[in-house]
Design a protein around this ligand. Sequence first.
Ligand SMILES: NC(=O)c1ccc[n+]([C@@H]2O[C@H](COP(=O)([O-])OP(=O)(O)OC[C@H]3O[C@@H](n4cnc5c(N)ncnc54)[C@H](O)[C@@H]3O)[C@@H](O)[C@H]2O)c1
Length: 415
Amino acid sequence: MEPSPMNSLQNHHITLLGTGLIGRFYCQALHSRRSRDRVHVVFGVPAESAADFSRAFGIPKWTTDMAEAVRDPETDTVIVGLPNDLHEQAVRLAADAGKAVLCTKPLGRSAAEARSMLEAVEKAGVFAGYLEDLCYTPKTLKAAASIRAGAVGRVLWARSRETHGGPHSAWFWDVQRAGGGAIVDLGCHCIEVIRTFIGKHVRPVEVMAVSDTLVHPIEAEDSGIGLIRFENRAIGQFEVAWTFRGGLDIRDEVAGTGGTIWLNHFLRTGFEMFTATGLGGYVAEKADTEKGWIFPSGDELTELGYADMFADMLDAMENGRPPLETFFDGYVVNAVMDACYRSAASRQWEPVDLFEWRQGTGPGSGPESAAAAQEPPAAPQEDGCVLIKSERMPDGTVKRILRNPSTGEIFQKIG
Ligand SMILES: NC(=O)c1ccc[n+]([C@@H]2O[C@H](COP(=O)([O-])OP(=O)(O)OC[C@H]3O[C@@H](n4cnc5c(N)ncnc54)[C@H](O)[C@@H]3O)[C@@H](O)[C@H]2O)c1
């Protein structure tokens, strides 16, 4: 069933599930940029956490009963900011109540869980969005638009890295509750950023990953590296760790036939402060130190993508279009991560198993751009030979490396 568009310029009445780190960021973002949308019920545990949260953000109702929060008659939209093992239950409650639902990352702890959530919202015909904020940072949006406009040519390689010293709550460290370690927690961001740059219409085909538990006394992996091969032969590469010292390191890199993009999202982005006394508390998410050289964030809600993410989600809901990040995207990310875990165990390339493939509806996902992404451009010719490379040398001459297509000979000309 298709979700029905809501009236335009609706004031959304939101139930927020979760009063932890992400609940706080989400609430601040919702109450700032689009202040007509309000969280009016919050669910959290323990009770003091929910009560304190409701007081801090001027939220009229709080509860420790998730179903009651979801079914609140005034609520039209449910936002899930709960530990990973509660996402499915929360999404099902919202779908059963006929409410729009926006779920944080990772969508599920596995592709099977994500698929059942996707099927639940589609069966109920409710609007659903995948809250992958790092696809909405202003830099990422601009980089993706530049790629779609052809600024870097054909994308060959996209790299995304997220590392920090480890998560802030007990449940993240419990592999049953979280579904995995650093790959599930941070790899999900990287994989979706990589898909955004390579093109969400390009199917991820297979994966090679390594993972290890290098530092922390836990069952789950605290570090991982993955390679994702896409159907157009572009390669995605992610690097994740809960072992990094120095703060929250989020960097991306895109290499194309016609250009390169380097993005640094959080540390050393042009705001560097030395303080002998400190700021009196919080500096920025996962900052490793509060004194000395520190790297604050000018506007963390915007720089990490939360502001643009909610604007897209709520605008999409009102305009009857899909958001940039859908539950299907969340499902694909889970399927890639499942393949990573299989590969880390088998030490082989493992296929990305998807129950179906959807081209996606975001920018650059039309059939013509899919074709363009897969077609290598014709190599330039010179006197019947193929030009491989041309470079100006230190003596001022230009050296051209050519290949004779009939003999295969590779030779150079200087001029
Ligand atoms: N950038 C991002 O998008 C981002 C960042 C951080 C966390 N997250 C995601 O948000 C979700 C919540 O993470 P968080 O960092 O807010 O976690 P957290 O531990 O800080 O908060 C979780 C909240 O869930 C509620 N809760 C309900 N039942 C609970 C239970 N049985 N055990 C523990 N908490 C329970 C509590 O109110 C608690 O405050 C996770 O899925 C996580 O992956 C996303």
